[in-house]
Design a protein around this ligand. Structure first.
Ligand code: PGA
Length: 286
């Protein structure tokens, strides 16, 4: 089929797999060998132009880079804001960049809570990345208590303001924000469509206030929290959702491929290919 018959695919979705502290070398190899096989077999995934990223552990970055297909990006789960220095156990943005890892997840709630990471540290990490032309995937979200007390909007606005202090507006295309309600992460309790839509509206409005309308529109805002192969299609239908940050379901290549097939772009490509096939076979039959 010729490209010009394809629908205009300007609203691509971003899908990021956060592998957390999972997979050893042979499991990483297995994931990519199987994923690449399914990916190669299904040209429509490539044609959909959706952006796909995987964030393995630091030790998994190099094997992931060696197996990842062209078109798939490998990012880290964190990045220290200093270039180098006396920071035992950390990895800097510069070290990642040297290995062609050009982005990192920042401010994940598990790091915020388990390592007592402050808003000020998150801000430095975001700036460390974007000011060096790397991608920052900033995670924000409210706790269950905050949600029950109807504090979601206040929390999201505060987290954005703190994380983006001194942010150079011209770097907006290097920023992705992931709305991850803490109570939805790893619990199987996905936020409802209306909660997701409302919270992402709050985030987009706050980004406009912080960065200005023009720059804010360059920032993609994703949803994360028990997103999986069964609910991805529904979540991606929500008008203001620009993609998904997926934990558990991204560990399984089959589930991850199913999620890739849930994007509106993929479905548009598939529908237009099927339409072209059926008109071809009708012509043949005549
Ligand atoms: P989950 O994790 O999909 O397993 O809920 C999401 C995340 O923590 O980024």
């Amino acid at each position: 089929m010729k490209n010009k018959k394809l629908p205009v695919l300007n609203k691509h979705k971003i899908l990021i797999g956060n592998w957390k502290m999972n997979k050893v070398y042979n499991e990483i190899e297995h994931f990519f060998v199987e994923f690449n096989r399914l990916y190669r077999k299904n040209k429509m995934i490539k044609m959909a132009h959706d952006t796909v990223m995987i964030a393995p552990t630091f030790i998994g970055l190099l094997p992931a880079l060696s197996y990842a297909k062209k078109g798939m990006q490998i990012i880290a789960q964190d990045a220290h804001y200093e270039k180098n220095g006396a920071f035992t156990g950390r990895v800097s943005w510069r070290q990642l960049k040297e290995y062609n890892v050009n982005g990192a997840i920042i401010g994940h709630s598990e790091i915020r809570s388990q390592l007592a990471e402050s808003d000020a540290t998150i801000n430095k990490k975001v700036l460390g990345l974007v000011n060096n032309d790397m991608l920052a995937v900033l995670c924000i979200g409210e706790s269950l208590k905050e949600f029950n007390n109807k504090k979601t909007a206040v929390v999201l606005e505060k987290q954005i303001t703190a994380a983006l202090k001194d942010f150079d507006h011209n770097k907006a295309d290097k920023l992705i924000v992931a709305y991850e309600p803490i109570w939805a992460i790893g619990t199987g309790k996905t936020a409802t469509d209306s909660i997701i839509e409302k919270s992402i509206n709050v985030i987009k409005r706050q980004l406009e206030k912080t960065l200005g309308k023009v720059h804010a529109h360059k920032v993609k805002v994703l949803y994360g929290g028990s997103a999986n192969e069964s609910n991805a299609k529904q979540i991606l239908k929500i008008a203001n959702v620009d993609g998904l940050l997926i934990g558990g379901a991204s560990l399984d290549h089959e589930k991850f491929i199913k999620i890739l097939k849930s994007t509106p772009n993929y479905r548009k490509v598939k529908a237009s290919i099927n339409a072209a096939k059926s008109s071809k076979s009708k012509k043949k039959a005549k």
